[in-house]
Design a protein around this ligand. Structure first.
Ligand code: PGA
Ligand code: ZN
Length: 422
């Protein structure tokens, strides 16, 4: 049992300068923790709803109403109450909200309280946060994920110069986190140098720190990524693979065709184009290759991609157990992008995770474009044994806090391992 003594909420700013929600929780015996939640830009229609103030302040993005939810109804319901476990608190929060998408109290307010409880419970039990997250699953052994790191960005995360949102590099999983980061650094530096030479300017960076040179086409983005890998002295396929977040919900047209790099493509033509990328480059995964409503064509895309390339669902599934079940029934995907704030509580995200795992899906644990310096996501990826983690690029402190936490956990694992040695 964990008794919540006090709950507080504070509007803080995310990496885009927009307000987001932080919560502080005091639990017995005098344990005090704080946590903050992220927010997306490339938001799926089926995501849980954040509560935003509207009006002129912060362009309508203010979170005072969400803070009022924490200080008012949520505190009234949960402060000075005891909870058996995470599920108990999260169920209470969902009941209290009562809406299907958390629009009443705000998913941002609810998630902050759910996560604060996780951090507090770990502290009460004198556990690392990743061990606490692992303890929520029926069976899980914490393990370090493979990195998938934004190299180039377009779409909503940049100026929209190319339609696809992110091109990522995925270093070999035989490497440690420390070595994966070193490899990514070299590729990133080479990519920046190539972009500077080709476009005579310092490459601007996108929301998640990916480079955003004025590529004319997505094909050019792929070619330059391959060039940067080679210039860094690595072999594409052997040392590094690529991944792509097409984020096509943002360039689907009302009648179901897609507007990619100035061309209008029917769904099967977009599938052909993606299949061509997967044939030309060693692609680990294709995320949101089709739009969030295009249930008809997702299974075709999955069939077209060979076994080596995952069909990764983000906006399609929105970390929502019902939508994941539907995607499994439709054979629409074989990997889940897991974003806790798409669903709004730790326990519901856990259910989403378990359903996907049960179907044999791979899991990529993901940050959002609007992040804070909080590092809980790294613990979640480790605790839930994510196959991949997707945090953005290797610049900007809100991204680095997660990578640095992974480095710290890796170090902790090494010392745990050496303690086991005779
Ligand atoms: P978002 O994008 O955080 O801006 O929604 C991330 C993604 O699409 O994976
Ligand atoms: Zn995405």
């Amino acid at each position: 049992m964990i008794r919540i003594e006090q709950l507080d909420g504070l509007e803080v700013l995310d990496s885009r300068g927009r307000p987001t929600v932080a919560a502080t929780m005091v639990v017995k015996p005098g344990v005090r923790v704080s946590i903050s939640v992220p927010s997306g830009a490339s938001i799926g229609k089926a995501e849980a709803q954040e509560l935003r103030d509207g009006g002129r302040r912060f362009g309508g993005f203010g979170c005072r109403a969400a803070i009022a939810s924490i200080l008012g109804p949520i505190s009234t319901a949960v402060a000075r109450e005891s909870f058996e476990n995470q599920e108990h608190l999260d169920t209470r929060l969902c009941e209290l909200d009562g809406s299907p998408n958390k629009s009443h109290l705000g998913a941002n307010a609810i998630l902050a309280v759910s996560l604060a409880f996780a951090r507090a419970a770990a502290k009460v039990r004198k556990q690392e946060l990743f061990d606490y997250f692992a303890s929520l699953l029926p069976e899980s052994r914490p393990a370090l994920p493979q990195l998938s790191v934004n190299l180039f960005s377009g779409g909503k995360h940049a100026f929209g110069q190319v339609s696809i949102q992110d091109l990522l590099v995925v270093p070999s999983k035989c490497l440690s986190i420390a070595d994966q980061l070193a490899v990514v650094y070299e590729v990133y530096q080479n990519a920046a140098a190539i972009a500077a030479k080709r476009y005579q300017s310092r490459a601007l960076t996108a929301d998640e720190g990916g480079l955003a040179p004025p590529f004319k086409t997505s094909a050019e983005m792929f070619e330059t990524a391959a060039e940067a890998v080679e210039a860094a002295g690595y072999q594409l396929g052997a040392d590094i693979r690529l991944a792509v977040d097409v984020a096509s919900s943002h360039f689907v047209q009302p009648h179901g065709s897609y507007r990619l790099d100035g061309q209008t493509l029917r769904p099967n033509e977009l599938i052909d184009c993606i299949a061509q990328w997967a044939e030309t480059y060693p692609l680990v995964s294709v995320e949101d290759g089709l739009s969030e409503d295009d249930w008809t064509h997702w299974p075709d895309l999955r069939k077209r991609l060979n076994d080596g390339t995952l069909t990764l669902a983000d906006d399609l599934t929105c970390t929502n157990p019902e939508r994941i079940r539907r995607a499994i029934d439709f054979a629409a995907a074989n990997a889940l992008l897991l974003k806790v704030n798409q669903i709004g509580t730790v326990s519901e995200a856990k259910n989403a995770y378990l359903i996907a795992r049960e179907a044999g899906w791979k899991i990529s644990v993901s940050a959002r474009s609007g992040e804070t310096e909080d590092d809980w996501l790294a613990d979640l990826a480790v605790g839930w044994n994510g196959d991949f983690i997707k945090v953005g690029s290797i610049t900007q402190s809100e991204r680095l806090s997660k990578y640095n936490r992974l480095l710290t956990i890796e170090h902790e694992f090494e010392s745990r391992f050496s303690r086991l040695q005779p």
